[in-house]
Design a protein around this ligand. Structure first.
Ligand code: MD3
Ligand code: FE
Length: 198
C-alpha cells in the first residue's frame, strides 16, 4: 500500500523466523558496548523511547554514543532489499547508519521531521513486536492532515521521494499484541538511513 506518494507499506514483509532473528540481533546490539538510552532533547525533554545507533552517529543531540559499532553488512543488504521491494529497484541505497528504537510501557514518539540527514535517500523502517499506530503527516507542520496506519511485527515501511520530509510519529503502542514466540515485551523499530555526512 502507498498511503502517501513515496511512502510504501508492505505488511508482513519479514517472515516470523526472520523477525525472531532480528529481535535476537537487537538484543545483542544492546549487550555490547552500546546501550539503549533515553534521548535528552535540546529543550531538556526526555524521550520515552530508548534508542541505540549503529554505524555513523550524526545528530548532535540524538544517538550521541561516543562508541561506534560498525553497521553489519547483512543489515545493509536487508535495507537494499527493502528499497528494491518498495520501489522496484534499490536505487543504489547505501545506508551508513541504523537507529533502533525500543518502545516499552507507555512509550510514544511525538510528531517530528527527520531533517538531520544530508541525503535525499529513503528511510527504511522495520517493525518488530507490539502493534502500534504510526501517524504519517505532511511536510508543512505537526498538525493535520495526517493518515494513521497500524504497523505490526514484520511490516516494512519505506519513506522516500515526496514523503521523505514529512512529519511523523508513533502516538500509541498496543501492549501485549506481539506474537508470544518473539519473546518481546514492547516494540522495536529499526530504521536504516543514509546520513549523507562525511
Ligand atoms: C517518515 N521512528 O526514529 S519509523 C525516528 O517507529 C522515528 O520508531 C518511528 O520516526 C518509529 O525518527 C517511525 C518510520 C519513519 C522513520 C523516518 C522517517 C518514518 C519516516 C523519515 C521521513 C518520513
Ligand atoms: Fe522520525
Amino acid at each position: 500500500a502507498e498511503p502517501a506518494p513515496g511512502a510504501v507499506h508492505v505488511p508482513g514483509w519479514l517472515p516470523l523466523g526472520r523477525q525472531r532473528e532480528l529481535v535476537a540481533a537487537c538484543r545483542e546490539f544492546g549487550r555490547g558496548p552500546l546501550a539503549y538510552r533515553h534521548t535528552v532533547l535540546p529543550g531538556g525533554g526526555v524521550m520515552s523511547v530508548r534508542s541505540l545507533c549503529l554505524g555513523r552517529t550524526w545528530v548532535p543531540y540524538r544517538y550521541l554514543d561516543s562508541v561506534v559499532v560498525e553497521l553489519p553488512e547483512w543489515l545493509v543488504a536487508l535495507g537494499r532489499a527493502a528499497v528494491a521491494e518498495a520501489y522496484g529497484s534499490d536505487g543504489g541505497f547505501a545506508p551508513d547508519t541504523a537507529l533502533v528504537n525500543f518502545y516499552g510501557d507507555g512509550a510514544r514518539m511525538g510528531m517530528h521531521q527527520d531533517k538531520e540527514e544530508r541525503s535525499g535517500a529513503p528511510v527504511v523502517s522495520l517493525s518488530l513486536g507490539d502493534r502500534c499506530v504510526f501517524r504519517l503527516g505532511n511536510s508543512e507542520g505537526r498538525g493535520r492532515p495526517w493518515t494513521d496506519v497500524e504497523l505490526a511485527s514484520g511490516d516494512l515501511f519505506v519513506f522516500g521521494r515526496e514523503s521523505r520530509w514529512v512529519y511523523h510519529g508513533v502516538p500509541r503502542v498496543f501492549p501485549g499484541t506481539a506474537d508470544p514466540s518473539l519473546g518481546l515485551t514492547g516494540r522495536l523499530n529499526i530504521t536504516l538511513r543514509e546520513t549523507g555526512r562525511p
